[in-house]
Design a binder for this molecule. Structure first.
Ligand code: ATP
Length: 248
């Protein structure tokens, strides 16, 4: 049984052609999958379907054997903008998913502090978002997505607004944190290099369909030095050729 099974899923916004048009995709537990494709091809819509935020008109999404009906604690999200609450400290922002359900316990606070520590923000726990850089805010948003220890993490271009060096650091933080927790990840990006670096598998989406996919067999854990090696660049070239061929 797959961990997440997207079966023949179709979704149409009112008055439009389908934006997700018969997608079949399977993820095994602990895998990191990247969903690649140009603007408007349906990536975010597919992610919202996988989160239970939208309901397919046909087909179904099965998470750990049960059909997904609504969003729940089994799924964590992070979007392109960190969307932190300005009046809360970094720590309280991380604890927000807990606070929305119940009063946080000292154990919750410890878990949140450990995440901030793992992401290099131990000394910023009491700072407010406006006192943090863009990269630090993204780290807080990542810790918030992980605080309930969701088995499935859905990320929609979370690092798109960051400079290249901060982005590379966060990619490594994300890979390490998810590996330590065994988190299964579906990561939307426009960036071929990012998809090859992060992904165990890559799906290429075009016109609401998955038109091509690759299993990336680069060694784990990834290192930044791999980005300069022939195997890495060969994957990038193959994905680029498929994107060009799909007319995306
Ligand atoms: N709420 C909505 N109502 C109507 N149409 C929508 C809605 N949300 C998205 N769309 C349309 O559905 C299509 C797919 O959008 P989606 O956001 O899934 O694409 P995407 O691949 O994530 O794009 P991007 O990379 O630019 O974020 C687009 O043509 C978009 O205009």
């Amino acid at each position: 049984m797959a961990f997440l099974d997207i079966e023949k899923v179709v979704f149409t916004y009112p008055g439009r052609a389908p934006v997700v048009d018969g997608v079949d995709w399977r993820m095994q537990a602990g895998e990191f999958h990247c969903l690649l494709g140009r603007s408007g091809c349906g990536k975010t819509t597919l992610l919202k379907l996988a989160a239970g935020l939208l309901k397919p008109q046909s087909g179904r999404i099965v998470l750990r054997g049960g059909e997904l009906a609504a969003p729940g604690p089994q799924v964590g999200f992070m979007f392109q903008a960190p969307t932190l609450l300005d009046w809360l400290s970094a720590l309280d922002n991380v604890l927000l998913p807990v606070s929305l359900q119940r009063r946080p316990t000292p154990q919750d606070a410890q878990r949140a502090l450990r995440l901030l520590d793992q992401l290099g923000l131990a000394s910023h726990a009491q700072h407010h978002p406006r006192q943090l850089s863009g990269g630090q805010q993204s780290r807080v948003a990542l810790a918030r997505a992980l605080v309930l220890e969701p088995p499935l993490l859905l990320l929609d271009e979370p690092f798109a607004a960051l400079d290249a060096i901060t982005r590379a650091e966060l990619q490594d933080d994300l890979l390490r944190t998810c590996r330590e927790r065994g988190t299964t990840v579906l990561f939307v990006t426009h960036d071929i290099n990012e998809a090859v670096y992060l992904g165990d598998r890559i799906a290429l989406m075009h016109g609401g369909r998955i038109v091509e996919n690759w299993t990336i067999t680069l060694p784990a854990p990834r290192t930044q030095a791999m980005r300069h090696g022939p195997a890495f660049n060969d994957y990038c070239a193959r994905v680029r050729a498929a994107m060009d061929g799909a007319g995306t």
